[in-house]
Design a protein around this ligand. Sequence first.
Ligand code: SAH
Length: 267
Amino acid sequence: MSAMKERPTFPARLNTSGSKEEAKRPEAQRARTVHQLQTAAPGQLKSQGLGMDSRAVRMSMVGKLAAQGITDAQVLAAMGHIERHRFVDTALVNQAYEDTSLPIGLGQTISKPGVVARMLELLRQGAPAKLGRLLEIGTGCGYQAAVLSQLATEVYSIERLRGLHDKACENLRHLRQPNLHLLLGDGRLGFAKGAPYAGIIAAAGGEDIPEAWLEQLAVGGRLVAPVATGTGKTRQQQLMVVDKTAQGLRQTLLEAVLFVPLKSGVA
Ligand code: SAH
């Protein structure tokens, strides 16, 4: 794949979450604060003097995800750890922990936390430990890639727009995740060098599931992607789950979703 450029990985140093002050605070008090925050609106959080870098603000988002029905503890923990506000433009920081998609430039959007959590839960299918190698198509601002890096031993994430690929490299620098590899290329071709993948996840929806993804998925692996369904007035995108088993592929269509289009080539 000649257009693909592999970036060097970041030096190995893990970002341990939570501030020192938070660590010192007694457990009961911390639990009480989290409970208050889970029921608070974002405006209230601001008036309580909590900056967007506070772990408590993320815990509020996690509480809402759990209330929406997300039960996978590892997904909730990963989303509680990654600071979404670092991935959006300064003007949008106040909305970073609301369940909304936000513009990230070049006509693209960062997915809603609720949709990210749902797709990651499907991808993990209740696995007790970390997943193996994962492939993400559509790095965008890098948020979902960052969450994935908490859930898998290795993550390859492809973006076709150079401007966003560069932005994601910048946004992800602070995490210094040595297991996260950002690639510039046409994700429809997958990334054969990293295959086979325990999981493949797409953040952009096409007419079909590209053949390369199915080939690069490991037996026992799972793919989660939006795909176009229906015709005319019933035309929409739905989440599709594909399980690759020793007997063949098993496809399941789930709820309607709204993702940016999966396009070809690099721009
Ligand atoms: N997961 C991202 C969501 C970004 S939106 C985040 O957390 O921000 C989906 C992204 O898919 C867009 O950036 C778009 O440019 C990209 N995309 C669309 N078609 C693609 C393709 N063929 N290969 C790689 N990326 C693609």
